[in-house]
Each structure stands twice: as structure tokens, then as C-alpha cells.
Design a protein around this ligand. Structure first.
Ligand SMILES: Cc1cc2nc3c(=O)[nH]c(=O)nc-3n(C[C@H](O)[C@H](O)[C@H](O)COP(=O)(O)O)c2cc1C
Length: 246
């Protein structure tokens, strides 16, 4: 069993300098060679993606791996012919506000010990389904919001997600973390990437047959970087402008 599957927190295996080097070396790359990305690399990176922290471990994401040249050609159009979309591999990263019910059952089904602890069984069969169910037209969510408003007068309570909109945000948060893992995974294998939100969502949904409630949060172009793949020098605002120390 790997440390990832055990209860104990593994000691960090990567030095701060090595992690910094990996993160600093990732840039948004817009020009790729046509060299295909090996399936073993894609699998490894997807495995890293799904190790991302995520809300209640309900893993509200899914991925579509696109390597078919015809489909890639269509995506280039959907991405308004932008250069980054000419990669040999595109991964559609989807947030899934719609999979929580199955995920609750899956946590119990895939529990990595012989016995599912009672507190886990209770949480995923009672608490979580109540927390995430918004009911038809979001009506249950609306009622929960009002009840919470009253109950929270007495003690601090978690206020959401209690609407379909909040459920979308809920899923996007965890999925964005998975997307970053995915990019760093490819970077560690020597492949460059570019996250893209510059696409026509309506056409994308048609081309990839994206499930109705799934949210394509980004398309990740992946491949070997070629010359002039970085368009601009690295720019970040001063930390002091963005950080408050309390
Ligand atoms: C959600 C998201 C959407 C993006 N969409 C595009 C895009 O459509 N096309 C593109 O060329 N770059 C896109 N980028 C890349 C950003 O422009 C890039 O990350 C940013 O300029 C910082 O540069 P760096 O990643 O090299 O540090 C996107 C990045 C993110 C996180």
C-alpha cells in the first residue's frame, strides 16, 4: 500500500527548492510540437490530479482526454483558432456539481479498509446527502438557507452550499485544485501546458457531449513546448498588494 492510501501523513519527499523549481518552471505555453503525449504520462498526471484536496472528498470533477486528430481539429475552431489549442493533447477539465449523490455512495463502496467506520457511513449516507441536496428548483436549498439564518443566530454554522449556484462554486473550487495538480504533473514529465477558458462553451458542449450539469472550467492544452511558446515575461503583482498579515 502506498503512503497515499494510508492514514498517516507521509513525510514530504520533495525539498522546498525542488517544489519551487517545478512551480516556477511552469508557464502558459502556446506553441507545441506534434509529438504525442504517451498514455502512461497522461495516466500518471491524472492520478496526481485526483489527489488534490477536495470538499468532503466527494471529488466533484471529471476529465475528458482528447487525442483524436479530428476532434482536436474541431476544438481548435471551438477555441477560436487560438494557438494554444493546436496541441497534440487537450484535456477538458469539468467541475461536477451533479455527482455528489453517487460520490456519497462511492466513498462507502471504495472505503480503503475492511470495515467502514460508523461515523463515515453516517456522514455519507445522512449528513452529506442532506447538505448537498438542493431539491427540485433549488427549493430545499432555499428552505435550508432560511433555517440556517435563524439557527446561526445562536452559534457559527456553515451557510452553504445551499443553492444550485453555490453548488457550482463548490465543485469549481475543488476542480481548479485538480487542474493545477494536472499541470504540475505534466510539467514534472517535461510536457508543457496551457489552461484555456477562451472557448465557445455552447459549441464545446456539443462537440464533447458534455453532460448537462457539468461545467467545463478549462481546457488544458498539453504537449512538448517549441520555440516562442512563451508569449510574455513572467509578471506577478507585489505580494504586499495581495497579502494581509493579521
Ligand atoms: C482559468 C484560466 C484560463 C486561461 N485561458 C487562457 C486562454 O484561453 N488562452 C491562453 O492563451 N491562455 C490562457 N490562460 C493562461 C493565462 O493567460 C496565464 O496563466 C497567465 O497569463 C499567467 O502566465 P503564466 O501561466 O505563464 O504564469 C488561462 C489561465 C487560466 C488559469
Amino acid at each position: 500500500m502506498t503512503s497515499a492510501a494510508t492514514n498517516s501523513a507521509p513525510a514530504p519527499a520533495v525539498s522546498p527548492a525542488a517544489l519551487r523549481e517545478l512551480i516556477e518552471s511552469r508557464r502558459a505555453i502556446r506553441r507545441f510540437s506534434s509529438e504525442p503525449v504517451p498514455e502512461a504520462v497522461i495516466r500518471d498526471c491524472l492520478e496526481l490530479a485526483v489527489l488534490a484536496p477536495n470538499s468532503c472528498n466527494l471529488q466533484p470533477w471529471s476529465f475528458q482526454v482528447i487525442r483524436d486528430p479530428q476532434l482536436l481539429g474541431q476544438l481548435h475552431g471551438v477555441c477560436m483558432q487560438q494557438n494554444a489549442a493546436k496541441a497534440p493533447l487537450i484535456i477538458a477539465v469539468l467541475a461536477r456539481p451533479d455527482t455528489w449523490r453517487q460520490a456519497c455512495a462511492d466513498v462507502i463502496h471504495y472505503w480503503p479498509e475492511a470495515e467502514v467506520p460508523q461515523r463515515i457511513r453516517h456522514f455519507y449516507s445522512k449528513t452529506a446527502p442532506f447538505q448537498y441536496n438542493q431539491g427540485p428548483f433549488g427549493l430545499l436549498g432555499f428552505c435550508k438557507r432560511q433555517l440556517l439564518r435563524l439557527a446561526a443566530l445562536r452559534k457559527p454554522l456553515m451557510r452553504g452550499p445551499n443553492s444550485h449556484g453555490q453548488m457550482r462554486l463548490w465543485a469549481v473550487k475543488s476542480t481548479a485544485l485538480a487542474a493545477e495538480n494536472l499541470m504540475l504533473g505534466f510539467q514534472s514529465h517535461g510536457y508543457a501546458s496551457c489552461p484555456m477558458e477562451g472557448f465557445d462553451e455552447v459549441r464545446l458542449r456539443k462537440v464533447l457531449k458534455i453532460p448537462r450539469h457539468a461545467l467545463p472550467i478549462m481546457l488544458l492544452a498539453v504537449g512538448r513546448a517549441t520555440d516562442k511558446g512563451v508569449y510574455n515575461p513572467r509578471l506577478r503583482f507585489p505580494l504586499e498588494q495581495q497579502v494581509t498579515w493579521l
